[in-house]
Design a binder for this molecule. Structure first.
Ligand code: GUN
Length: 282
């Protein structure tokens, strides 16, 4: 069993991004990310702090706009519109989830495709469905990058994606399909999750349910990617029962230190790609 070391891989990617950021700087362009954080969800605050710190490390200028949970939707929309019009901002990230009462889809529509670093909008998701080169959501892109850098073959293999969110499950399934895997997407109404997972050469679990994937659900030699981020008794763990599943796997991601650091690295990469795209447009 080989551990897929997201921490080390992400560090390498951050170095690559830092070189690209420096090249843009030499052209007189400072790469900029605007992060909008609404409300006081503690997990979101930690994620945003980590993203801002990672930006700083590679030379990306990040500005975090915090707004109270009671903020009006129109106020957030106006902020996103102003950031969309600001030429010093290359990428805009609206941290999710939003407080109750705010419509995430309506607000995400205020982020133009050329600044949509999360790629949650219809333009980039549509491109992904069409198999076109485009911006891809950071977490599924990080999973693909991890598979690629460990030279794990995808074509012709049976991949099972557990979870169908717009943020992870759906783009993940499309990326694997575009890489010629045979893909099954499982969700809360799937009748026999165990039977589906047992057929998988590659399992990607993105549900947010600790212990969901047990050893009895994993085929000998499978690749297991754990996107789950759960807190159990104050300890961070994924969806996979790591201790029981790991001995059966050819490759497996730990939590923490697997997909999480890759997500942040892919965000930096996406911001950089937006800046490079914006450069040619101006
Ligand atoms: N909430 C959880 N993951 C993410 C992410 O990747 N981007 C944003 N904007 N919000 C999130």
């Amino acid at each position: 069993m080989t551990l897929l070391d997201g921490k080390q891989t992400a560090a390498k990617i951050r170095e690559e991004v830092a070189l690209r950021v420096r090249a843009l700087q030499r052209l007189g362009r400072t790469v900029g990310l605007a992060v909008v954080l609404v409300g006081d969800d503690p997990a979101s605050a930690i994620y945003v702090r980590n993203k801002a710190r990672a930006c700083e490390e590679v030379g990306i200028r990040s500005v975090v706009y915090t707004r109270p949970a009671q903020a009006m939707e129109g106020e957030i929309a106006a902020l996103l519109d102003a950031l969309a019009a600001d030429s010093s901002v290359d990428g805009i990230l609206l941290q999710l989830p939003l407080p109750a009462g705010l419509n995430a889809d309506a607000l995400l529509a205020h982020i133009p495709p050329e600044k949509d670093v999360d790629a949650f909008g219809a333009y980039h998701l549509g491109a992904l469905v069409r198999g076109e080169r485009s911006m891809v959501a950071c977490t599924p892109l990080g999973v693909m990058e991890l598979l690629h850098r460990y030279q794990i073959g995808i074509a012709g293999r049976h991949a099972v994606v557990v979870g169908r969110s717009v943020i992870v499950g759906k783009p993940m399934a499309l990326l694997l399909l575009n890489a010629d895997a045979t893909v099954t997407v499982c969700h809360s109404k799937t009748r026999d999750l165990r039977a589906e997972c047992l057929r998988a050469d590659i399992i990607v679990s993105a549900v947010g349910h600790a212990g969901l994937i047990g050893a009895d659900m994993v085929k000998e030699g499978a690749v297991v990617i754990d996107v789950g981020m759960n807190r159990v008794n104050g300890k961070l763990c994924g969806d996979v029962d790591f201790a029981a599943v790991a001995p059966k796997c050819s490759y497996i991601t730990p939590v923490p230190g697997g997909v999480g650091p890759m997500t942040v690295a892919m965000l930096l990469q996406n911001v950089c790609s937006c800046a490079e795209g914006n450069l040619t447009r101006k």
